[in-house]
Write a protein that binds this ligand. Structure first.
Ligand code: NAD
Length: 321
């Protein structure tokens, strides 16, 4: 049996792979590397990154029984096509929520206090003593609107308590236990957008969330508000966001994800001063990436031993009910 790992040794350390080697031949090759498609033909399990896994892909993987997505979002995987062919799809829920919530707060603080500009100022101009930096703003007493109060959204809400921020949330499911635990208040989307000083998005990318935030929604936000996105780029209409940032409908944005990744160097978003941008690093800490690899390995091991993997995506958990 063969296991193909497409996410590299940095993400899936050799010692984690060793646990699988007694059961299968383990091959590391990324989708861009020579030999990947040959290796895939014989693979029973694939540890996958963001590569598109659709019918055409599955045609080239006749022995595949498992797509173990390294990450919690699986919008790059056609789950229905996998299910039709008897291919399990797993992901790594929970183990990365804290890391993404930390980055979310990092983006909020960077914008509230102008950290990228302050860093450049110290390196380039402070000693000349001629100019002053603009003031930032306090977080205490402000309103944070969380769209999607799932695993990551809840961790963002938990951290908000420490900053003295009032939290509104919008979700398709009401979460009374989280309302109780973190003092968060439910609001319809429009109300949340109008009332929040900071709006942070934590929904999965689905047909119903694609372009959830477009021109109409951006125009509802306060001109002083910040928009943070660490979910998926396509949840925001990026052209409308560019217009909103240029024309001052909102004050700033902190983005970890983009409609196209990597975002092209000539994208006009990269020339704006009122944005803080990171390269899809929500889960990129040593501890979290290791936990993600270990979770993937447990799923692979289960399938190699003929068991159901523990972290099936919800669409494949239907017979649990
Ligand atoms: P989750 O499933 O626990 O939470 C998602 C929440 O969104 C759920 O509560 C769900 O009810 C809600 N939701 C769904 N559709 C909605 C809608 N139309 N309006 C409002 N709420 C809606 O998922 P999670 O583990 O918190 O992860 C969320 C997403 O974060 C992932 O799907 C992934 O795309 C993204 N993510 C990004 C990074 C990164 O590196 N930037 C890392 C991990 C996850």
């Amino acid at each position: 049996m063969r296991v193909l790992i497409s996410i590299g040794e940095r993400n899936f350390p050799r010692d984690v792979a060793e646990g699988l080697e007694a059961l299968a031949e383990v091959i590391y090759l990324s989708a861009r590397e020579k030999g990947y498609w040959e290796a895939l033909r014989e693979a029973v399990a694939l540890v996958a990154g963001g590569e598109r896994i659709d019918e055409e892909f599955l045609d080239r993987a006749p022995r595949l029984r498992l797509v173990a997505r390294f990450g919690v979002g699986y919008d790059n995987v056609d789950v229905e096509a996998c299910t039709r062919r008897g291919v399990y799809v797993t992901h790594t829920p929970g183990v990365l929520s804290g890391a993404v919530a930390d980055l979310t707060w990092g983006l909020i603080l960077s914008l509230a206090r102008g950290l990228p500009g302050a860093d450049r100022f110290v390196r380039e101009r402070w000693a000349q003593g001629l100019e002053r930096l603009p003031f930032g703003f306090d977080l205490e007493g402000k309103t944070l609107g969380i769209i999607g109060l799932g695993r990551i959204g809840a961790e963002v809400a938990r951290r908000a308590q420490g900053f003295g921020v009032r939290v509104l949330y919008h979700d398709v499911v009401r979460k009374p236990e989280l309302e109780e635990a973190y003092g968060v208040e439910y609001a319809p989307l429009e109300e949340l957008l109008r009332a929040s000083d900071i709006v942070s998005i934590h929904v999965p990318l689905l047909p119903s969330t694609e372009r959830l935030i477009g021109e109409r929604e951006l125009r509802m936000m306060k001109p002083t508000a910040l928009l943070i996105n660490t979910s998926r780029g396509r949840v925001i209409d990026q052209r409308a966001l560019l217009k909103a940032l240029r024309e001052g409908w909102i004050k700033g944005a902190g983005l970890d994800v983009y409609e196209e990744e990597p975002i092209p160097l000539d994208d006009p978003l990269l020339r704006l001063e009122n944005v803080v941008l990171t390269p899809h690093i929500g889960s990129a800490t040593r501890e979290t990436r290791r936990r993600m690899a270990e979770a993937c390995a447990l799923n692979v091991k289960a399938v190699l031993e003929g068991r159901r993997p523990p972290n099936l995506v919800p669409e494949q958990r239907i017979d649990d009910r």
